[in-house]
Design a protein around this ligand. Structure first.
Ligand SMILES: C[S@@+](CC[C@H](N)C(=O)[O-])C[C@H]1O[C@@H](n2cnc3c(N)ncnc32)[C@H](O)[C@@H]1O
Length: 282
């Protein structure tokens, strides 16, 4: 079944997140857990059509809309006990502080930091009676694999990850292996060279006869890149929602893949059931 919800892909992403957060706190309502929402790339709380991060991919946004921090604050049935907003840009942090004023009775922490240092620090403080949902919503390739691994290791966190397919495909030329500077970045994103270099294979013999050295090539497209990252996630999380959800731009090119991963072995099955339903239908 194809997703039934209209709007831009940003709307769809946030609709899925909001519905999941609602279902999550409701499902854990009678359990003795303290529930935290962590927005690791929090933005400024709203989207505006002409704000500087409305790139071509954010086309069609002509008004203020609630961003992920506000959506998490407005979860109704059972609100989150604590919200942590991580944002590297100081000006966007200043906008997030307006939310603190608007919701004075809520436990909100704003961290003007890099998500790759704030998240491991957060994981280290999570106690046995705590559970969390983490949303990783970067513009590009900021998320390091070591950060993802830390989240999985807690066994207390459910995680939504927006994986930057187009940015990564651009880092991986199809006719040769990436230069060293990009290879090092890919190592950081995938957690090691083996995990992405196998997307390359030797050029077929007929073609390599035309050049003096056999070269490496990668099949066009980003499906295999998404599949490879999914396999990486499956290797560290208890469960990953099976339905692929690719967000495309107006030229129908894949931009991002949205993944849901659950780290708690007991909670993973019901969490993935809810998330997968949303990935399929919204
Ligand atoms: C796509 S926007 C987030 C949108 C937000 N989730 C929403 O729904 O409104 C990505 C944000 O990540 C911030 N950012 C970029 N690199 C970062 C990093 N390494 N750590 C934390 N935030 C970062 C950017 O300044 C930007 O505000």
């Amino acid at each position: 079944m194809s997703p039934s919800f209209g709007g831009t892909w940003t709307d769809q992403k946030l609709e899925i997140l909001g519905r999941y957060l609602d279902a999550y706190t409701t499902a854990l309502k009678s359990q003795p857990f303290q529930l935290t929402y962590v927005d690791a790339f929090a933005g400024e709380g709203t989207y505006l059509a002409n704000s500087d991060y409305v790139l071509e991919d954010y086309e069609g946004l002509q008004e203020f809309r609630a961003g992920s921090p506000r959506i998490a604050l407005e979860v109704q049935d059972k609100p989150f006990d604590r919200l942590v907003f991580v944002e590297k840009d100081p000006a966007r942090c200043a906008s997030l502080r307006l939310l603190e004023r608007e919701f004075p009775n809520r436990n909100i922490g704003i961290r003007n930091e890099d998500a790759n240092s704030a998240l491991p620090a957060f994981c280290a403080t999570l106690g046995n009676s705590e559970r969390a949902v983490v949303f990783l919503d970067p513009f590009a390739t900021q998320v390091s694999w070591s950060t993802v691994e830390e989240l999985a290791r807690t066994q207390k966190i459910d995680c939504w990850i927006l994986f930057p397919l187009m940015a990564i495909a651009r880092m991986m030329p199809t006719s040769r292996e990436p230069p060293d500077s990009l290879a090092l970045q890919l190592d950081r994103i995938f957690g090691g060279r083996n995990y992405w270099v196998e997307l390359y294979s030797e050029t077929p013999l007929q073609l390599s006869l035309l050049s003096s050295e056999p070269s490496q090539q990668r099949l066009r497209g980003s499906d295999r890149i998404a599949k490879r990252y999914r396999e990486r996630l499956e290797s560290v999380f208890a469960k990953v929602a099976p339905t692929p959800r690719t967000f495309r731009n107006s030229k129908n090119s894949p931009m991002f893949e949205l993944f849901f991963c659950a780290s708690n072995p007991i909670g993973a099955r019901p969490a993935v059931r809810i998330a997968d339903h949303l990935l399929r239908n919204w």
